[in-house]
Structures are given as structure tokens and as C-alpha cells.
Write a protein that binds this ligand. Sequence first.
Ligand code: NDP
Length: 424
Amino acid sequence: NQKKLNWLGFQKKERTERIQMLKDNGFLTEEFEQLLKKNENLPLETANQMAENGIGTFALPFSVAPNFVIDKKDYAVPMVTEEPSVVAGCSYAAKIIGKSGGFTTKILDRKMIGQVALYNILDFDNAISIILENKNEILKIANDAHPSIVGRGGGAINIEAKNIDEFLIVYLIADVKEAMGANILNTMLEAIKIPLENITNGKSLMAILSNYATESLVKAECEVNVKLLSSSMETSIETAKKIELASKFAKLDIYRATTHNKGIFNGIDAVVIATGNDWRAIEAGGNAFAVKNGKYEGLTTWTFDESTNKLKGELTLPMPIASVGGSIGLNPSVKAAFNILGNPDARTLASIITSVGLAQNFAAVKALVTTGIQHGHMKLQARSLALFAGAKGKEIDIAVERLLESGKSINLENVKAILEEIKI
Ligand code: NDP
């Protein structure tokens, strides 16, 4: 991406001007420019087909975090979140990390795992041997149950079996190509259930995909140029050291680790939702992965290299994200999000999302070890309160500014009083 991008004043622009900037910077095609300008959303008829007992559609803010550089490519990242400060923090982090060379990612693998749990097994060793002896036949049954994924160059590729307590667990590993693969795997697993019962003389309890997607790991890394952390080198170095300490703290204390990881998912979920993917699946897998070393830990690692003045960040996560399937092709806003990202394939999207998680964590941790989280939050909180109190147009900024300057508590009563003064 050789084009010089212009994001000047993006956050202060009007909504339609932002859409125009996305277009001018080459991140939006005409079709989606119109769709976004008209704020066209999920049609009711489609919504009614997607979930049961529908009574309408439910809206959330749709935002963009510009300035991402991931694997040397520029991105503006669509985010759907109701939480103030998330998009601002993410954009800030993207800018600093972008100026430091951006994110580098690695797809460690991209396969899905499903399992059939068997019980009433008399001889586990014998049953495991029989399963492994019949591996090719079982794989064939799985693939015959979903031939179209084989036609796409994917399909079931391996089987493993293990005894845990009274269960014999059979793991089926499949390449699901551009899909997340839940339905693909579940179809395959249900097809091999009875044959597995037959060859082991056991009973099957269930057959289901696992969200612990340890064969879909993605690693995102960045090296922040420490001098960008503040205007003074001394403060910058101190901040870098504190970020390293914060990362250590999150590895040691579960109370901190949980919040640390929640911050990572603030960014990840926002993109996962915007791109129509299953955020419960990504959260469940990520949180389970946080226990990979035997205890729940913070998922990112930050280290300060004093010899180069670089702050190195790393985040590895299961990221079984899809570019097709589920609701992806159905929701026009999701299509717009894909358009803004340049219609990435599943691997590229997984890299983008993992990088956003690292960016979000950087923003949160930096704020925590410097100004504190409330500093930025309060401004946005004041904005939400002003909106709630009925402020319109220019009144919003004036009310926020006056409230913050007054040093008074950021609450509805004070916002209302200020609004009344403005209106007089
Ligand atoms: P789909 O059931 O929508 O299947 C994706 C389909 O897309 C494929 O079967 C394939 O069908 C088609 N397709 C088109 N192009 C490609 C391509 N290049 N690569 C792969 N497939 C392609 O989605 P998933 O199987 O991915 O399942 C995801 C859904 O399942 C999500 O909605 C998720 O919420 C839900 N789910 C999640 C569970 C969990 O997380 N535990 C459990 C159950 C459901 P074809 O080849 O025939 O065209």
C-alpha cells in the first residue's frame, strides 16, 4: 500500500465525512459508501431468519480505528462496541505502533478440532488401537458426510484418541478452509459417532466441535519505539519499564489477569462482531488458552529492551475466524466491514484481529501505568451523559468541556445543570 493516507482530524469529523475519508483513503468502495451513508442495517426479514422468536433488530455503534499497519499493509479496522474509550484507545495504539513499523503476525496453524466422547469402554488400550487402525476408514466417513469441503481442498485430516477417566475421547482434526467450521465439523462428528461405537463396543455421549482451537493459533508481535511513549525520554523509559511490569503482574495474579484479558477482548470482540464472527467462540477459546501453563494468566507479554529502546509486545491466541459462513454473507453491515478491510481471507482476518487485541492491550496498560484509566474514560463518560441529558450538536462538546473544567463529579445532575446554563 504505497498511497499516503490522510486521517487528519478523523475523530473530530462528522460521520459522513469519516465515511468519505475512508473512501478517499481507498478503504471503501462506492457501493458500501452509500450503504454506510444511509446507515443501512440488517433487514428485518433476514434477522427473522437468523434467530428464533425475533421481535426486531438491535443496534450498536459501528466505528473505525484507522492507522493500523499489519504485515506491512495499511488497514482501517471496523469495530462494533458500546464501550466508550475502546475505539479511541485502539486508534491511539495503532498510530504509535504503526509509526514503529506496525504489527507482524504468524499463522501457526489453521485447523479445527472436534470430539466424540465415548464411554462404557471395557479395554481402553484396545479401543484406542482399533480406532487408530481404522483411521483412514473413519476419516473417509467424516469426509463423505461433508464432501463439499473436500472439494474446496479441505476436510478431515487426522484422528487422535485418548483416555481421560471413564471416557475415551476421539479428536477429529479438519481443515475447514475459509469457514469457522462448527457446522462442518459437527456434521462430520455425528457421522463417525455410530461407526466409533461399533468398532469400540462403547457408547457415544456426544459429538461436538471444540472451541479450544489450539490448532488455529495466531501470533501478533510489535516493537514500539520507546521515544513515542511520551515527550520526555526519561518518562518514556519509565513507562516502558512499567508496561513490562504490568505484563508480569498479569501473569502472576488472576484478579489482574482476568481484567487484563478483558481489555484484550474489548478490541478483539469489537472486530469479531463487526465481521459477523462468533465472538463467544473466540472468547471461550482465548480464556481457555490463558490457562495453558496450568494457571490463568495475562495473554500478552511486554518486554522492554534497554539496549535498543524498544518495547516488544506479543500475543498468541486461538483465532478460528471465518470469511464465509454463519451470518457473514447475510448482514450488510458485516459486508461493509469486510469491504473496509479489503475483503480479507480468514487467515488475514485472524492476523488483523490478533493485532487489534495486542493494540488494545497496549492502550489499556499504558493508560493504567501513566494517567490511569479514568482520565480518558471520563471524557467519554461525560459525552454519554450529555447525550443522555438531551444535549444536541455543538452543545455536546461545550457541555463536556465545561464539566471537565469545573472539576465537579461527572454525573447526570451536573451535566444537566451545565446544559441549562448553555441553553439560556
Ligand atoms: P456454515 O455452516 O455457514 O458453513 C460454512 C459453509 O460455507 C461451508 O459448509 C461451505 O459450504 C461454504 N463455503 C463457501 N466457501 C467456502 C470456503 N472457501 N471455505 C469453507 N467453506 C466455504 O459455517 P461453519 O461450519 O463455519 O459454522 C459456523 C457457525 O456455526 C457459526 O454461526 C457459529 O456460531 C455456529 N456454531 C458454533 C458452535 C460452537 O462454536 N461451538 C456450535 C454450533 C454452531 P459448501 O462447500 O457446501 O458451499
